[in-house]
Design a protein around this ligand. Structure first.
Ligand code: ADE
Length: 265
């Protein structure tokens, strides 16, 4: 599932530049029974299957005591695994968050992406089937993240979303570091969605590019973009204005367009 998204575009280039290393680990490879069983029926009955704890613990506790980028050699899967004692957990690096992807986790936002981009290494556990044994959550994971209030069939797509959003924030990936994080002058970069953007042709199907963008007046262009971003946000996502970094000028403009902050400060 990961091969496509991870071998294109920004994520591909980040890996080529040596800024990012991704290790993909098949939890099933960490089973030792004949049929490589990763799930089992729930205690107490009910439908669905639950992912067993041992293969997940074994995978995480094998991978995280090894250097980033290490992957189990394919020929060692199932039958020649490094030794692991279910009763003797190895000390795991305390500075590597172990994140379980689950719809019950805290909501993934740009702020969480920024937070994760500060770590040297992160571990993402993709649950599948109808659920994961609770002890993975309580005894292994250090964080739980949801990418939105909808239920996907597994944590793989959420993991890809997180890798993408975090990779863009790593220094050297986009080639314009400052603006990816905090440049308060670029629309879209401080909690506001972008305003309208245009490229050639100047007129398409009778609709012309706003004259201001063609005026060559950088100051006016910047202000216009900012105001368009503010207007669009006011119209579609007024909730975002509450948390956006707004200047006095922004606040005046928004007030003129009927915005009333729901709380002051
Ligand atoms: N697994 C299934 N749905 C999910 C979601 N929305 N976010 C994270 N992990 C999930």
């Amino acid at each position: 599932m990961f091969q496509g998204p991870f071998s294109e575009s920004i994520i591909k280039r980040a890996q080529e530049k040596g800024v990012l290393r991704i290790g993909i680990h098949n939890i099933r490879a960490y089973t030792t029974d004949k049929h490589h069983v990763c799930d089992d029926t729930p205690y107490g009955g009910g439908g669905g299957m639950i992912m067993k704890p041992e293969p997940i613990f074994r995978a995480v506790e094998t991978v995280l005591v090894r250097p980033p980028g290490w992957v189990l050699p394919e020929e060692d899967a199932y039958h020649n695994l490094p030794p692991w004692d279910p009763e003797k957990p190895p000390p795991l690096p305390s500075d590597v968050p172990i994140i379980l992807l689950t719809p019950q986790g805290r909501l993934f936002t740009q702020a969480v992406a920024e937070e994760l981009s500060q770590y040297r290494r992160i571990a993402l556990i993709c649950g599948r089937y109808e659920g994961v044994d609770e002890r993975v959550r309580t005894r292994l994971a250090t964080d739980e993240i949801s990418i939105g209030d909808y239920v996907l069939s597994g944590g793989e797509l959420p993991a890809m979303v997180i890798v993408d959003a975090v990779t863009r924030l790593l220094p050297g990936v986009l080639g314009y570091e400052l603006s990816a994080h905090q440049d308060s002058h670029s629309p879209g970069m401080d909690g506001l969605p972008e305003g309208p953007q245009y490229t050639r042709p100047a007129v398409f199907r009778g609709e012309a590019v706003p004259a201001i963008l063609r005026s060559g007046h950088h100051g006016k262009v910047a202000r216009w973009r900012r105001e368009q971003a503010l207007l669009r946000t006011l119209e579609r996502r007024p909730d975002l204005l509450e948390k956006a970094r707004l200047t006095e000028e922004d606040l005046r403009f928004l007030a003129e367009h009927g915005w009333k902050p729901s709380r002051s400060g």
